[in-house]
Design a protein around this ligand. Structure first.
Ligand SMILES: [Zn+2]
Length: 240
């Protein structure tokens, strides 16, 4: 395994397995803009080590794209149009299966949304972004993921499972039910067609079956049984 960027994350040691080849293209390598200085840190909430334990899968809902320009496109969109302090996701997998480092894990991510309770109590522990690593695939909601994206997704998740005690792997659209199960109220609704959308159902299932023995493919498919509306973009009801 080769990691171009060890990133800025010194909170947990990296457990690297030389048998698997995954290259994570660093922020420097893709020409990332620096995060805004007001980016949220865990320390400002009195948290020294967030101990990432969840992974949330997304699609960009912005079509397919490849290379550093694709990551810069998403970062520009998040910072200039959405008002984020940096790209919201922690990793991006482009249509060729290249894996890019997104927001550093030393900062609070911004991809899974927030809760009413978290806002009221000013407690990020109640927000779904807390301890959640966001992985996004470049694709439109009605597009399949490419075979290279599927392979890279499996490899990245397996790598993260070695580095962090990952307890759950869900898609953005399942965030709501995970919050409700914890007695929390999402600030926004999550339409399955918004993210990740029905185009990637088979590929998302393949990825999850490869890494999660508890995954229920039938239940995931059932999320999309209610309709086939495509069009609302991640930017309308996704992370904020
Ligand atoms: Zn999403």
């Amino acid at each position: 395994m080769r990691i171009l960027s060890v990133c800025c994350f010194a909170l947990l040691p990296l457990a690297l397995n030389a048998g698997e080849a995954i290259t994570i293209i660093s922020r420097d390598a893709w020409g990332a803009r620096p995060p805004r200085t007001d980016i949220s840190t865990y320390r400002q909430y009195g948290i020294d080590n967030p101990g990432y334990s969840r992974i949330v899968l997304h699609v960009t809902s912005m079509g397919r794209g490849v290379g550093p320009a694709e990551v810069r496109r998403i970062q520009d969109f998040h910072m200039d149009k959405r008002g984020f302090a940096d790209i919201g996701y922690n990793f991006l997998i482009d249509s060729d299966g290249n894996v890019f480092e997104g927001r550093s894990l030393e900062y609070v991510p911004s991809h899974a949304g927030r809760t009413v309770e978290g806002d009221e109590r000013h407690d990020i522990r109640l927000d779904p972004d807390y301890r959640s690593i966001g992985i996004v695939f470049s694709a439109e909601t009605d597009q399949t993921l490419t075979p290279a994206q599927v392979e890279a997704g499996i490899a990245l998740i397996r790598d993260l499972e070695k580095r962090f005690p990952i307890e759950s792997l869900i898609t953005h659209t399942e965030v709501k039910q995970s919050l409700v199960a914890r007695g929390l109220t999402p600030k926004r609704d999550f339409d399955p067609e918004t993210c990740p959308g029905s185009g990637s159902i088979d590929q998302i299932i393949r990825i999850r079956e490869a890494v999660d023995p508890t995954f229920d493919a039938g239940a995931y498919r059932a999320l999309f049984a209610g309709g086939t509306r495509v069009g609302d973009k991640e930017r309308l009801s996704g992370a904020d």
